[in-house]
Write a new protein. Structure first.
Length: 398
C-alpha cells in the first residue's frame, strides 16, 4: 500500500467537511434566510441531519436504509414547506441538504449491491433532489414567475450528473473485480499445470519403490519396511497436494520448475535479472537448501521471486535488489527487497492498480503460505512470503 494514500484520503475528507460547512453557512446567512416564518428554519435542521447520514462511519444502518430515510424526510419537508408556507413566507431550499442528497445519490449508485435495490433507492433520492425547488412554490405563485420550474430543471441536471458519476465508479469497480478474478483464475490454472507434473513425478517414484519392495520381499525382507513407509508418505503428500487444488484446470502453455531443481532455477532467474539490472544478490541459507518442500511450494517460491523481480524492473529501475531465502522455524521465508529507484517514478513502488500481487497472493495462500508486500523505511519495497516445510523422512533420499 502506498503511504501517500491515507494522507490523500484525510485531505479529501477535510476538504469535504470544509465545503459542507461553507454550504451550511450559506443556508444561514443568505439574503432572506431565515425570514422569520415557521417553516424557513426547517432546512437548517435537515441539512446537518442529511450530512450526518452521509458521513456517519457506522455500518448500521446500511447506506440504502440511510438513503431511504433521508429521501423520505426531504420529500416530507418539501411538502410541508410548499403547502403550509404562506405567500409572504419564503421557503428555504437548503443548499447543504441538496448537496448531501446529491453526494448520497452518487454513493448509492456506486455501493448498493443489488441492482433492483440500487435503482429503487436512487429513484427515491432523485425524486427528493428534483422536488427541493418546489419549496419556492409560494414565492412563485406570489410573483407569478417560474422560479420553481427553473430550479427543478437545474436540480434534474445535477441529479443526472450525480447518477452518471456514481455509475461510472460502479462500472470501474466491477471491471476491477472481473480483472482480479481473471488473475486469480490464471494463477489457479498455472498451479494446476504444475500440480499435474509433480503428481506424475511422485506417482512414478511410488511405482519404482513398490517394484523394489516386491523384488526384495524374499531376498532382503528387512528393507521392505522403510520402502513401504516412504511409499505411504509419498502417497499422503501427493493426495494433500491434490486436495488443495482439486477444482483447478490445466493450462497447456506453461513451463514449471521440476522437483528438486528450485535452487538452480532460482539462481538462473537472479542471474538473468542481473544481466539487465546491476547490484542484485541471492542468498540461500544452508538450512533452507536442506528443507523438504512440497512440489507446489517449490514452484510458488520461484514464482514469488519472479514476480517481485519483475515489479522491480518495472517500477524501480536501477535499484539494488536482495533475494534472501532462509528457514524460520517450520516455515521457509522468502524475502525480495529493493532500495529506492535511481530516478523518481510517478508510479509508486510495487505498482498502482495492478493485479500481479493479487494473483501471487492467491497462489501462495493456495499452498498454505502467506504473502506480504509493503514499502520500507529506505524508500524501497519488500515482498515477504512464508511457506510450510515438510517433515524429514528417515531413510528418504530427498
Amino acid at each position: 500500500m502506498n503511504s501517500e494514500t491515507p494522507m490523500r484520503r484525510r485531505a479529501l475528507i477535510t476538504a469535504g467537511w470544509i465545503v459542507l460547512g461553507l454550504l451550511g453557512l450559506l443556508d444561514v446567512f443568505a439574503k432572506g434566510v431565515p425570514d422569520g416564518g415557521r417553516t424557513s428554519l426547517l432546512p437548517m435542521v435537515s441539512g446537518p441531519l442529511a450530512c450526518m447520514a452521509l458521513l456517519s462511519p457506522a455500518r448500521r444502518p446500511s447506506v440504502q436504509v440511510r438513503a431511504v430515510l433521508v429521501a423520505g424526510g426531504s420529500l416530507v419537508l418539501t411538502a410541508v414547506i410548499a403547502m403550509w408556507s404562506g405567500p409572504e413566507s419564503v421557503g428555504t431550499v437548503g443548499v447543504l441538504e441538496s448537496a448531501a442528497l446529491l453526494v448520497l445519490l452518487s454513493r448509492v449508485v456506486r455501493v448498493v449491491p443489488g441492482p433492483r435495490t440500487a435503482v429503487a433507492v436512487s429513484a427515491a433520492l432523485t425524486a427528493a433532489v428534483i422536488a427541493v425547488p418546489l419549496r419556492w412554490l409560494p414565492t412563485a405563485i406570489r410573483d407569478d414567475g417560474d422560479s420553481s420550474l427553473n430550479g427543478c430543471l437545474l436540480m434534474t441536471l445535477a441529479a443526472g450528473l450525480a447518477l452518471a458519476w456514481g455509475l461510472r465508479a460502479r462500472l470501474l469497480e466491477e471491471r476491477r473485480a472481473r480483472d482480479i478474478a481473471a488473475v486469480r483464475q490464471r494463477q489457479r490454472l498455472e498451479l494446476a499445470h504444475d500440480l499435474h507434473d509433480f503428481v506424475a513425478h511422485h506417482v512414478t517414484g511410488i511405482i519404482v519403490q513398490a517394484n523394489a519392495a516386491r523384488a526384495l520381499q524374499h531376498s532382503a525382507p528387512e528393507q521392505v519396511g522403510p520402502l513401504l513407509e516412504n511409499i505411504s508418505r509419498s502417497g499422503s503428500e501427493t493426495l494433500d497436494s491434490m486436495r488443495r487444488l482439486v477444482r483447478v484446470l490445466r493450462e497447456d502453455d506453461h513451463t514449471s520448475v521440476r522437483p528438486g531443481e528450485l535452487w538452480p532455477e532460482l539462481a538462473r532467474l537472479v542471474s538473468a535479472f542481473s544481466d539487465d539490472e546491476a547490484d542484485v544478490h541471492l542468498q540461500v541459507a544452508a538450512a533452507a537448501r536442506e528443507a523438504r518442500l512440497a512440489p507446489e511450494v517449490e514452484t510458488s517460491v520461484h514464482r514469488v521471486a519472479q514476480e517481485a523481480l519483475t515489479n522491480v524492473r518495472r517500477h524501480a529501475p536501477g535499484a539494488a535488489v536482495a533475494v534472501r531465502v532462509d528457514l524460520d522455524g517450520h516455515r521457509l521465508r522468502v524475502e525480495v527487497h529493493n532500495t529506492a529507484p535511481a530516478a523518481h517514478q510517478a508510479v509508486p513502488l510495487g505498482g498502482r492498480g495492478g493485479f500481479g500481487l493479487v494473483g501471487l497472493r492467491e497462489r501462495v495462500e493456495a499452498v498454505e503460505g502467506t504473502l506480504t508486500a509493503a514499502p520500507t523505511d529506505d524508500g524501497g519495497w519488500q515482498v515477504t512470503a512464508a511457506f510450510p516445510v515438510l517433515a524429514a523422512v528417515a531413510g528418504s533420499p530427498t
